[in-house]
Design a protein around this ligand. Sequence first.
Ligand SMILES: [Zn+2]
Length: 151
Amino acid sequence: MRNYGVYLLWLYLPKKTSLTVGRLGTFSCSQGVYAYAGSAQRNLQQRLDRHRRLEKKLRWHIDYFRQAAQFLGVTVFLGAPKDGECRLAARLLSLPGAVLPIKGFGASDCLCASHLVLLPDSKPDLVALGNAVHDVELGAAETFTLFDTGD
Ligand SMILES: [Zn+2]
């Protein structure tokens, strides 16, 4: 079983929230559905478990955001190479109505505008959202979407 690839976290911010994201700064974040593109080229399952947990040392930008957001689910591109996370981020920004909430979020080591995208018109109907990204071409990656019942 391959345990590496690229993933999208689907998160829901239930109300407008002022969030401090490490050294990036403090931001007022709108209520709504957010998607975050990431990559784990090893220990993917452990990474996803970590994103799901709230108790942890805050390390990445997404860890700070996660503290205020509900975990809705994840779309996994199993076996996709690292650059796939940037292609996914670009795809998210191109979805209808997509908003870039925090410039530079999750993009400390690449040239992307952000790896976090707000989809303000989306309900937490993630089947549709999952479908919107399933056709992103990430080589031989095998795609599937897992949804939580929330936390
Ligand atoms: Zn990037």
